[in-house]
Design a binder for this molecule. Sequence first.
Ligand SMILES: [Zn+2]
Length: 389
Amino acid sequence: MTLPHNRVESALLRRINERRLLEVIQQQGPSSRAALTRSSGLTAPTVSKVVDALLKRGLVEEIDPLGQTLGRPGRLVQMAAESAVILGVVIDATTCCVVATGLDGRVEESRTRRFTTPASYKHLLDSIETHCRVLLQDTNRTVHAIGVSVPGLVNERLQEIVFSPNLRLLDKRNPAIDLEQRMAAKCLLLQETSGLCLSERLYGDAKGLHDFAMLDVSTGLGMAVMSGGQLLAGHGGMAGEVGHITVDPTGLRCGCGNRGCLETLATDSALVRRMSERIGQPLSVEEAAGRLAATPEEFGADVECVSEYLAIAMAAVINIFNPTTLFVHGTLLVAAEDRFARVLERVRQRTLTASLADCTIVPTRLSKRQGAIAGIMHHLTNTWAPPFR
Ligand SMILES: [Zn+2]
């Protein structure tokens, strides 16, 4: 049976209105229907109708406003925090984590489980499933969907991880498809830097921004760019691999097989490797942070060298993509204020003045946990209806 043309149009229009309102509620948090009418540009009767439909679908819920005792307060509409669950899975080179949140995306330590990355793919899936089930144990709420954030090169067209230089057990795999079968819930595979980019847009400092970039310099070196409100994907979703640009043709062997990739020189891992070599014992990132705080002069040359390459990476992103904001995700050179200030000095020397004048550079406040959640929320909103701008 085919629907009459005008009914198809009105169904699509309803979905577009629902999506519009979901976006407004996501951006401004709990809001009265009157406030939603003002911010969405929809009429009051439409807002009422759309809110009722979203309530029915369990995507939003109504709460009483705090501290209002006089009169009959208008109830507030918020993303379903109590009645729905989404899960975020972060697979990383040394540690993985699983987090449960409501559709409001609020990530809490009490609902996060961490574990050491297992040595085989099967054990990895087993561990993820176990931790997901423990998080869901005390709740009879519906799991809406699961976002799986992974390091490495993700081919969205083929729906697989092409290769993951820092976690080779993921090569040619798709943990989202495998987890979907085990958990019977929609799972989405997400490159970790794209997840970070979406999380800044949904929950962080990039709300309302259409052109910004994210550089992750923690384990590997990843980049994601939001251009004109869309994540830059390329043909297969693999765009953004700035980490595998050769900057030292005779340098160290990279996980990708080449020598002297930017990734081997400009990251937390690169600094930890240099520091470990200097003292003749392997350090973790946390231990390296402790050493840098205690005896910074001992590692001055290492910090200087890695800062130089990090500045080259940041300047390249600014020169090529002209973002309004460049977010940088990292620990040793980014989260430490004084070291980051010195990196910024070097960026100023290496960037085109006009491009730098357009750009604010900030350390990201959000985590890959939040990225996995943002990725799946972005997907849920996009499959609901096309954006309307
Ligand atoms: Zn490489």
